[in-house]
Design a protein around this ligand. Structure first.
Ligand SMILES: Cc1cn([C@H]2C[C@H](O)[C@@H](COP(=O)(O)OP(=O)(O)O[C@H]3O[C@@H](C)C(=O)[C@@H](O)[C@H]3O)O2)c(=O)[nH]c1=O
Length: 180
């Protein structure tokens, strides 16, 4: 498993080496020893989640107030266009965004430190995204910015087929900036 630094400060991309044969494939999805070498402690991730999205669905852009949460994100089935936005004022990449292809071919696995907005669009008929967080989910700390906010200007690859009611009502980037 290799680890690459993303363009966004402190974001890491874990790249496993899937083993394929006539049966299908085997891949490690994470290796605690590799994580430890780059400062990511596997034991910190205390809640695992999985979502399934249909083609064109967007979930995001979601963040967390307070001290935020760190995340490990991967796509176990299908493919997603995954987007991060750095919302850490003190960061050299504050306000910048980066997109990643997460799929069940390369199995890239993102480490996202606290202080980011996160969202994705499903690129396949179904896409299963698995993520682990280092604090229990608390809806009271949910922060959201509209996926189509013009100031954020995220370039989603497909027409949008569906978003949640919460995401449809999400606030704007400039309002979030005023709170940071
Ligand atoms: C995120 C989450 C949701 N839920 C519940 C709340 C709600 O009833 C139902 C669906 O929640 P949502 O509609 O908020 O799920 P979703 O829109 O998929 O939210 C997720 O989006 C991606 C982009 C992220 O980065 C995640 O951190 C998370 O915010 O599941 C939990 O119980 N635990 C959780 O950790």
């Amino acid at each position: 498993m290799h680890v690459e630094k993303a363009e966004l400060a402190d974001v890491l991309v874990f790249r496993p080496e899937p083993f394929r044969d006539d049966r299908g494939l085997f891949t490690r999805t994470f290796d605690a020893r590799v994580g430890e070498q780059v400062g990511v402690q596997a034991a910190a991730f205390i809640q695992d989640s999985q979502s399934r999205s249909m083609l064109g669905v967007i979930r995001g852009m979601h963040g967390r107030s307070g001290r935020g949460e760190a995340k490990l994100v991967r796509c176990a089935n299908g493919a997603v266009h995954d987007v991060l936005v750095d919302i850490r004022r003190e960061s050299p990449t504050f306000g910048a965004q980066q997109a990643f292809m997460l799929d069940d071919v390369e199995f890239r696995h993102l480490y996202v430190p606290p202080g980011f907005l996160h969202g994705f669009q499903a690129l396949t008929p179904t896409a299963d995204v698995c993520y682990r967080i280092d604090r229990p989910h608390d809806p009271a700390e949910d922060v959201a910015v509209a996926y189509d906010d013009p100031d954020l200007g995220i370039d989603w690859p497909l027409p949008v087929t569906l978003v949640s009611g919460r995401d449809a009502r999400a606030g704007c980037w400039s309002d979030l900036l005023a709170t940071l």
